[in-house]
Design a protein around this ligand. Sequence first.
Ligand SMILES: Nc1ncnc2c1ncn2[C@@H]1O[C@H](COP(=O)(O)OP(=O)(O)OP(=O)(O)O)[C@@H](O)[C@H]1O
Ligand SMILES: [Mg+2]
Length: 254
Amino acid sequence: MNGPNQNHNTSGVGLVVRGLRKSFDGQEVLRDINFEVRPGEIFVIMGPSGSGKSVLLKHLIGLEEADAGEILINGDPITTPEIAAKYRMALVFQSGALLSSLTVGENVGLYMTEHRLRSPEEIERIVTEKLADVGLTDIVHKMPSELSGGMKKRAAIARALVIEPQLILYDEPTSELDPVSAVVIGDEILELKRRIGVTSLVVSHDRDLAFGVADRIAVMGEGRILTIGTPDEVKNFKDPQVQNFLNADFKREK
Ligand SMILES: Nc1ncnc2c1ncn2[C@@H]1O[C@H](COP(=O)(O)OP(=O)(O)OP(=O)(O)O)[C@@H](O)[C@H]1O
Ligand SMILES: [Mg+2]
């Protein structure tokens, strides 16, 4: 059984995206997206607002259906929900997406409660453990509205950890956070790679985060991937669109 908390040595899965295309009302949002994420890798997709990053993530977790192309996990084409269910994938939403009417603990434990996977005592123990994993203690009984933005993001990561994921997808994990809290989240992503070997796909326009945590970076623009490489390779990639995005700065006189 792939229940939560079966083991702590989750090994990350490999992900391949090939020829992915998607249009909404005749507008092409994803135009032939190709990339590969290696098992245990932290792969960051950067790109300006509206370039298609969130839509891409939605395809990976089955919230959107592609017009063309394929997604493979460990070489398995993900064509049906049954095949997708063989693998444990978690998405940490752009907004954190905690349910405001439930306590933090109930939010983190929701998957286990809904699927009746554990007794209430065990769920409480696992929830406390996952919250502690992301540095949160004594907040199980608080409401999401009582948490800071950074705490909400960490609680959302704790909720993702409950399924012992083999692939974690993060959508803008540091948006709305101050620089110190953003570093805490970045360190958390690095720590999860080290501790459980999970594969991480991070979508973000936070340049500090991307260059701080990524093994490799892809830069997207207008529904296409413009380049993929190590942080150094991407930094030195001589393409005006990529350089404009990476070096965007104010026109203040120095
Ligand atoms: N369900 C939908 N129906 C129609 N258009 C959509 C839908 N979802 C997304 N889009 C459009 O697709 C484009 C890409 O959106 P997406 O949310 O992927 O951008 P993003 O790169 O995540 O931007 P941000 O950095 O602001 O989060 C946008 O033009 C958006 O309006
Ligand atoms: Mg987005």
